[in-house]
Design a protein around this ligand. Structure first.
Ligand SMILES: CC(C)(COP(=O)(O)OP(=O)(O)OC[C@H]1O[C@@H](n2cnc3c(N)ncnc32)[C@H](O)[C@@H]1OP(=O)(O)O)[C@@H](O)C(=O)NCCC(=O)NCCS
Length: 220
């Protein structure tokens, strides 16, 4: 496994490494489901070194293996990764925390705030949980589309979301916690690289998680 030495803070290095382990695990699982049996040493994970997508993980697979995309997030004690062999993925994990005054108006459009308030009312969650979930959704969009890193936060938009029931499998550290919430969602990502996106949201154990997958990659 290749680990870059880019992080000087030891905790950040551990988080980086944990993210790479999670990424390889997700990739092996995804490829295994397609009947492609590999071991972790056969996979490489580098990252985009410059340009608007700087930092984005890039997967190297053996010849003949389907191309893969992977996304990584880490927060506090957890690291998570999501992988696909079709399209692009984005994931964000955050510890739920209170947000300062002005956060909502700075980050979310009026339509998004309305959706989050309805979601809070419908599922009976705390406001901090929903604002953290909304933030995760935007960060996952940034990672999945590859755009928005230089835009104002309100320009990383979403609309047309629908919920399709809880996530059928356990997400360790999140949905196995008491009182956890999860939902499969579809929405429309706005802006360059946008389009129909499917994914999931989860709250539990003090964390918020958003995972997004666009099966078809659109040129910006
Ligand atoms: C890049 C960014 C999305 C990372 O999110 P974060 O919450 O700080 O950190 P996370 O732990 O969730 O994710 C870090 C991982 O994202 C990945 N990543 C970094 N840059 C990326 C990019 N341009 N595209 C996709 N993934 C990226 C890396 O794998 C990184 O882990 P690593 O450094 O250990 O390799 C974020 O820091 C950022 O710069 N956002 C720009 C501000 C913005 O427009 N936000 C909109 C949200 S409302």
């Amino acid at each position: 496994m290749a680990v870059s030495g880019m992080h000087r803070v030891p905790e950040r290095r551990v988080a980086h490494l944990a993210g790479r382990v999670a990424a390889k695990s997700a990739l092996l699982h995804q490829l295994g489901a397609l009947g492609v049996r590999l071991v972790a040493q056969e996979l490489g994970i580098s990252q985009v070194m410059a340009g608007p997508e700087q930092g984005r993980p890039v997967v190297q697979v053996p010849p003949g293996t389907p191309a893969c995309d992977v996304s990584i997030s880490h927060s506090k004690d957890l690291a998570v990764a999501v992988a696909t062999t079709g399209g692009r993925v984005g994931v964000d994990l955050e510890a739920v925390r209170p947000r300062g005054p002005g956060f909502h108006d700075e980050v979310f459009t009026a339509v998004e705030q309305d959706w989050l308030m309805r979601c809070q009312h419908h599922h009976g969650r705390e406001p901090d949980e929903l604002w953290s979930l909304g933030w995760c959704l935007k960060e996952a969009l940034v990672k999945q589309t590859g755009h928005g890193l230089r835009d104002s936060l309100q320009q990383v938009g979403f609309s047309g979301w629908e919920e399709h029931g809880p996530v059928p499998t356990v997400i360790p550290g999140l949905t196995d916690a008491p009182g956890a919430f999860s939902a499969r969602i579809t929405l429309n990502a706005m802006g360059p690289g946008g389009g129909p996106v499917a994914g999931l949201l989860a709250l539990g154990g003090g964390y918020a998680l958003a995972v997004l997958h666009m099966p078809e990659v659109r040129s910006a």
